[in-house]
Design a protein around this ligand. Sequence first.
Ligand code: HEC
Ligand code: HEC
Length: 149
Amino acid sequence: MKPNVIRSTLTALALCLLAGASQASTPGTVAQECGSCHLAFPAGMLPAESWKRIMNTLPQHFGTDASVDATTRAAIEKTLVAGAASFGRVATPPPEDRITRGNWFVREHREVSASVWSRPAIKSAANCAACHTRADQGDFNEHAIRIPR
Ligand code: HEC
Ligand code: HEC
């Protein structure tokens, strides 16, 4: 195989694993506590180091207060760390611990232009469900994408 073929095969494999990990690792408490303001992001989309930092700074969470009680906090951290990414490019903490700033994310979305991200129906790259119609089920497959006008 040519290097670029190998690379895209590896990317496809990594994304399958991402999707698989997400199904298994975002149940109950995480969905409830982390899915009220935005999608409950799949655990497999960030490394453990990023999840720990996020869970230890919830009172100052991306410009808002997302605090939960200590027991809930510990349970969520445990679930997210258990399902965290531990391979390839996803294993490196992205800038600001944002999924949307990870190398794989930028690469997968390189065809989405800046003006599209800022459309009123989308507002932010973190608003996955605006385009990924089955994001709430951990399904980011390209066949389930519809970009709002
Ligand atoms: C009170 C509302 C609120 C709650 C509750 C909340 N968040 Fe957030 N979260 C935000 C906001 C606002 C942003 C920034 C979104 C943006 O930039 O568009 C954000 C961003 C994020 C991001 C980065 C998204 C990106 O840009 O890649 C992660 C990861 C995240 N939250 C995880 C969590 C986790 C884990 C929980 C549960 C413990 C949680 N959030 C609960 C409001 C919340
Ligand atoms: C503006 C619409 C839009 C938003 C918002 C968006 N995406 Fe995407 N996403 C796309 C497009 C377009 C592609 C490229 C599909 C292709 O390969 O042709 C893509 C591809 C992907 C892929 C690869 C899918 C595959 O089958 O190759 C993943 C995984 C993904 N996005 C996750 C996310 C996550 C997680 C979020 C939120 C943090 C998000 N996306 C936000 C439009 C969006």
